[in-house]
Design a protein around this ligand. Structure first.
Ligand code: UGA
Length: 456
């Protein structure tokens, strides 16, 4: 059992702290926002994340997990302090480090004994050194300390499973022993652990997010070409994904990436590159293509409905992706604004994000079901691919709509089926009105034939 302090109770901090508590450690989470800490103490979650509430309660009851607004209390006897505070985008796309600096200063002011400071926030390359400098200059009693970078790869919506089954753990430090002590915390998870230097660890995080974002923009660009040439992007992606060098993940064409990470991290990496004299043309293209995906919805609606002035458009889904109520950089926000600018009336329904969306989109009428959204609408746009949208009674939806128009921004429906039902349907990069591809799995040979495993 190790004693751990987590600083910052956002997604990363709360999931990491709860995960370490579940592995048997004693964890105290610190956040300066009193309301958040009160909420957590009363058993309520500040965010929607499947499975998190039960796990928090279990560990609080077992006495392994607690919450405080006091650094002094949080750092108490801690051997490790994980920094998991936000690094929002600045005006030029750079990651803002105010919260990281404040956390470092507060650690320095309150640490009583030797401490390993583990940075989980996504920070510009070199921030580990900045944190070390702040601690060195302000620590009381000359306490010993080391800084370790430990970037986070959790996805919202599956954060607990990602914590418990990571693909890899990345640790970076100038102090190998400190990195190895952090590695010990992760040993029960049986994941590969990479120990490197601080800057390389920090770059692994940016490069990973930028690569995944690039895959999404790549497939979205191919989707645009498919639309012009009559090919189907879902089948193109499936056909590509069977190549083991390519794989299937992150090849879903759609309205592009949103959330608190990909847009911010790609911008920050591009900014860092420019500041250091590099020319990040691929990263800029990734961002441009992503922005274009939002505009596509408006073009497609105009193609079918003509001018959008006075039209009623229903958005199915508001969250930036399913299984979260997070609205940060969600495509729904820009699409709603663009539609409003065209003079359309915008409605929306989301299974969990409506409370979070209400103050962000005050001009949007929120509906209590997909069916009330459909009633009298001129078009429906699928913005988030929640599972419940995949199984709607489409005949009922069609009967309720004024114009049967569906823009499927996440390619969840079968174009042929919707066209047969009489919808004016447009997906992203979909070929309309053709049979879906047949994928024949390889035959399993019984060992009696020389050529077993290949269909004849
Ligand atoms: C992402 C990374 O996947 C995590 O590894 C990382 O830890 C996290 O950012 C972070 O830096 O904190 P997350 O933002 O939760 O996680 O969401 P993803 O599941 O990666 O999806 C990001 C966006 O890409 C969503 O808007 C999603 O709709 C979009 N996406 C994803 C696509 O448009 N197509 C795809 O094929 C996959």
């Amino acid at each position: 059992m190790k004693k751990i302090c987590i600083i910052g109770v956002g997604y990363v901090g709360l999931v990491t702290g709860t995960g370490f508590a579940d592995l048997g450690n004693r964890v105290v989470c610190v956040d300066l926002i009193e309301e958040k800490i009160e909420k957590l103490r009363s058993g309520a979650m500040p965010i929607y994340e499947p499975g998190l509430e039960e796990m928090v309660q279990r560990n609080v009851q077992a006495g392994r997990l607690s919450f405080t607004t006091s650094y002094e209390e949080g750092l108490g006897e801690a051997e490790f302090a994980f920094v998991a505070v936000g690094t929002p985008s600045g005006e030029e796309g750079q990651a803002e480090l105010n919260y990281v600096r404040m956390a470092a200063r507060s650690i320095a002011d309150n640490m009583k004994d030797s401490l390993i400071i583990v940075n989980k926030s996504t920070v510009p390359i070199g921030t580990g050194d900045t944190v070390a400098e702040i601690i060195r200059n302000h620590r009381a009693n000359d306490c010993e300390f080391s800084v370790v970078s430990n970037p986070e790869f959790l996805r919202e919506g599956s954060a607990i499973a990602d914590f418990m089954n990571p693909d890899r753990i990345v640790l970076g430090s100038t102090d190998r022993k400190a990195a190895e002590r952090v590695a010990q915390l992760y040993l029960p998870l049986r994941a590969p652990i990479i120990i490197t230097d601080l800057r390389t660890a920090e770059m692994i995080k940016y490069a990973s997010n930028a690569f995944l974002a690039s895959r999404i923009s790549f497939i979205n660009e191919i989707a645009s070409i498919c639309e012009e040439l009559g090919a189907d992007i879902k089948e193109v992606a499936a056909g590509m994904g069977y190549d083991k060098r390519i794989g299937h993940a992150f090849l879903d064409a759609g309205l592009g990436f949103g959330g608190s990470c990909f847009p911010k991290d790609v911008r920050a990496l591009a900014h860092m590159a420019s500041v250091h004299g590099c020319h990040p043309q691929l990263l800029r293209a990734v961002l441009d293509i992503n922005h274009d995906q939002r505009l596509k919805v408006i073009r497609k609606l105009r193609d079918i409905l003509g001018a959008l002035e006075g039209k009623i458009i229903g958005l199915l889904g508001l969250a930036f992706k399913p299984n979260t109520d997070d609205m940060r950089e969600a495509p729904s926000v820009e699409i709603a604004h663009l539609l409003k600018a065209e003079g359309a009336h915008v409605r929306a329904y989301d299974p969990v994000a409506m409370e979070v969306a209400r103050p962000i989109l005050p001009e949007v009428t929120l509906c209590d079901s997909p069916y009330s959204l459909a009633e009298g609408s001129d078009a429906i746009v699928v913005v988030t691919e929640w599972n419940e949208f995949k199984h709607l009674d489409l005949a009922r939806i069609k009967a309720l709509m004024r114009e049967a128009v569906v823009i499927d921004g996440r390619n969840i429906y079968d174009p042929a089926q919707l066209c047969e039902m009489g919808f004016a349907y447009q997906g992203i990069g979909r070929a309309v009105g053709r049979r879906t591809a047949q994928i024949i799995p390889p035959l399993v040979g019984d060992g009696t034939e020389g050529d077993a495993g290949h269909p004849s």
